[in-house]
Structures are given as C-alpha cells and as structure tokens.
Design a protein around this ligand. Structure first.
Ligand code: URA
Length: 432
C-alpha cells in the first residue's frame, strides 16, 4: 500500500518511481481514495522532475486500466483511424476533418476533450450548436459511427476515468504543459478508444504547450513510443501554433469557420492543415490508398459537397441544428484597428487565447460555465499588409466593458513592422 505524500516527496526529490507505485497512485485517485490536492502536488513534482519513458508508460497503462476499453474496429469490422491535437488556440481541426474523412468512406468515431488552459476543447465548441449532445452511450456512439460514418462525443465516464479527473485538475493547477502528462493523457485515450492508427497534430509555438520544435519533437517521440508499445501506428504532424489557427477563436465562431472549411471557404492556413490531416488519415485507413490519392479524395469531398452533406447528417444525428444561423451570437462586436500602416510581424496566440478566455470562452476554475458566443476573429494574420485604421480583428463580447478590455488585449497581441516576416507553411515537420 503506497503512502501518497511519500511518493510525491520521492518524485519531488528526483527519484524514478516504480511502475506499480505509479499505478497504485493513479488507480487510487480514480477510485476517489486519493484526493485532488495530492495529485496536484504530484503533477507539480513531475513538472520539475519529469518522468522516464518507463514511468510514462506505467502512467499511461494505469490510466487505461482505470476504466474500460473500446473495440470500435471490432464492432465495425474495419480498421479505425483517429486524430488528436495536443491543443492550441483556434484549433477546430477535428470538426472539419471528421466529416471530410467520413465522406471519403472511412468511419470516424472520436472521443474528444474540453478546453484546457488557454486552449479550447472540441466538446465545448460542439456544444455551442443548439440541441447538440456529446453525451452518447457507447452503444449509441458505435451505432452512429456505423450509420452516419461519424460521431464525436465526450469521453464516457468509464473510459480512462483517471484522465478525465486529472485533466480538469491540471487545467486549474498550472500543470498542463508537462510532456509526460500530455503524452500519457492523449495516448491513454487513443489506445483505450480502440484506434488502430492515429494522426497526432503536435502544436508548436507560443500558443502551444510545446514552445519549441525540439520540445514538440520530444513529445511526438514519446507518444510514438507509447503507441508502438500498444501496437498502434502513429504519425505526428508538427504544426505552427505561433499564431492562432485560422481566424476564429471562441466556440460558436470556430464552428462557423470549421463549417466554412468543409464547404471549401475556410482560411488558407486552416484549410491546408485540414486537408493534410485528411490525406494522412485516409492513407492510414483500410482504403489502401497513398497520401496523394487521399488528398485528392479529400479535396473532391469538399468541392463536390459530400463533406457538407455528411456534416449536416452528423450534427442532426447528435440532436443539433446544422444551420450556422442557429449558432449563438454575441450582442457586442467591436473592431480592433491598426494604429499605423505596416505588416503584421507577429500575432501572439496565447494573448488571443487568453483574451477569448477572459471574454468567457473558456474556464477559470474546474466546472465553470462557458459563454459559447464570445471570442475573437483575427482578420489580419502574420504577413498581412494593413493600412492605419484597418480592421485587424473583431472582438465578440457579452457586454461593452469586457469587449473593451479584450480589444486592448488583442491589439497588444499584434506587432506591426515595416518588413515582412519570414514565411513558412503550417506544417513544420513530420515524425513517424
Ligand atoms: N490534450 C489532451 O488530451 N491531454 C493533454 O494533457 C493535453 C492536450
């Protein structure tokens, strides 16, 4: 029987912990026998001391064993592919990728998470659609994937319950951006959810948990190894999160942008990432095609309208109204204007994410309600030329006071210069 305080102390002092003791800690926490505050202290010790590959595997394995596992592939009789992002600002990729991949004939059954820190969560975004439910039983989830081709739901209470508890705790105790905790959180859910092949979108930069390409590569490598140990194929895309992804940051605003992208009218950087992720998922699927053919089929699904049709069927199947006019709208919309002419040399993703959080788009404490209508739309991105007084961004707020605060915060996120910044695409590297 472990003594949690002693285990925390040993980790704090830099000791490598045996796998069975990590398992006892995690399983005890999941059973409610070990309180939040001890796990919070443990996570903070991991922040300072890290975890070895063996410890990370033990943590992941214990998280999986804290609940049931799903055999979606067995239930569908198909190879199951899944995608997951490490989290960023304006990251609505799943909401566009899901219907495009499903429209290409590859079933997608995905369990997603809620917002974490300054980053939004797919479930929170989906819940801005009137009527939509993310709480499906496992049987209904499987049935919907079989009948519609796509279901995106919340992690059921019995799938990796330890991560569900820990995720909410980390969000409010400054213990999110810790490599082994992110790797085990993501991979435990992917493995327990039954995916055979996984595309991981590892965000890099100011708005990501991993700030440098080097750290992102280390996270990708850790997740690849965890996947390999569990017999899954993993491909990691390292993608730019130095500025928000696309234009919209905020729940309903992001749904509208994902829908635009499914229709072929999305912002260029977001569209590029979506089509790339689709191509790789289709190449990993049981269609037996390569990435180039996957890309072609994904583009056809968008231009031919089958992705849009699938989006509408999917949203209706989960009780939602797919009409973008039905999305909640903020009563106050304020422009953020350029104080001078120039080129956008920087657009800080964290600053925009935090501005959206303060408007009410995210949570400050575990269990907070979210305002789905509010957020920020970045009209000018890095490299854009603007004139003095041009609109850089729009703030969508509940009232004038919170809106004015966000306008100042978003303006501070912009840097205008005279020289164009060095340009690069959204995809920075691939680890496979
Ligand atoms: N996404 C997850 O699922 N878990 C994390 O810890 C971070 C991002």
């Amino acid at each position: 029987m472990i003594h949690p305080a002693e285990l925390i102390e040993r980790k704090r002092n830099g000791e490598e912990l045996p796998g069975d003791e990590i398992a006892e800690l995690i399983l005890g926490y999941a059973r409610g026998e070990i309180p939040d505050y001890q796990l919070a202290a443990f996570c903070m010790a991991v922040y300072f001391r890290g975890m070895t590959a063996a410890e990370t595997y033990a943590l992941t394995d214990a998280m999986i064993r804290s609940g049931r596992t799903l055999d979606l592939g067995g239930a569908l009789g198909r190879k199951v592919v899944d995608k997951h992002s490490t989290g960023g600002v304006g990251d609505k990729t799943t909401i566009a990728v899901g219907p495009i991949v499903a429209a290409c004939g590859v079933p997608v059954g995905k369990m997603s998470g809620r917002g974490l820190g300054h980053t939004g969560g797919t479930l929170d975004k989906l819940e801005s659609i009137p009527g939509l439910s993310v709480d499906l039983s496992v049987d209904d989830f499987v049935a919907q994937v079989r009948e519609v081709g796509l279901a995106i739901v919340g992690q059921t209470d019995d799938l990796v319950p330890a991560d569900k508890q820990l995720y909410g705790l980390r969000d409010v105790t400054a213990t999110v951006d810790i490599l082994p905790l992110i790797a085990s959180s993501i991979m435990s859910k992917k493995i327990a959810g039954g995916a055979d092949a996984i595309v991981l979108d590892v965000k890099v930069g100011d708005g990501a948990f991993m700030k440098t390409l080097e750290d992102a590569r280390a996270l990708a490598q850790a997740m690849l190894e965890l996947g390999e140990q569990a017999g899954r194929e993993v491909v990691c895309l390292l993608t730019d999160m130095d500025q928000p992804l696309g234009a919209a940051v905020g729940n309903a605003l992001e749904i509208a942008e994902a829908l635009d992208t499914v229709r072929g009218e999305g912002p260029p950087d977001f569209t590029e990432l979506v089509l790339d992720a689709c191509a790789r998922l289709l190449a990993l699927s049981d269609l037996g095609i390569d990435e180039a053919e996957g890309r072609r089929r994904a583009e056809d699904a968008v231009s031919g309208g089958s992705a849009l049709e699938l989006y509408e069927r999917w949203i209706r199947a989960q009780g939602g109204d797919p009409d973008p006019e039905a999305l909640p709208q903020a009563p106050v919309v304020l422009p953020v204007t350029a104080p001078r002419a120039g080129t956008v040399t920087r657009l800080g993703a964290v600053a925009v994410g935090v501005a959206a959080l303060h408007l009410g788009a995210g949570r400050r404490t575990k269990g907070d309600a979210i305002d789905h209508a509010v957020g920020v739309v970045c009209r000018a991105k890095r490299g854009a030329r603007v004139g003095a007084g041009d609109v850089l961004a729009e703030v969508h707020a509940r009232d004038e006071a919170s809106g004015a605060e966000a306008v100042a915060a978003v303006l501070a996120a912009y840097e205008l210069g005279d020289e164009a910044p060095r340009e690069h695409g959204i995809l920075l590297d691939v680890v496979a």
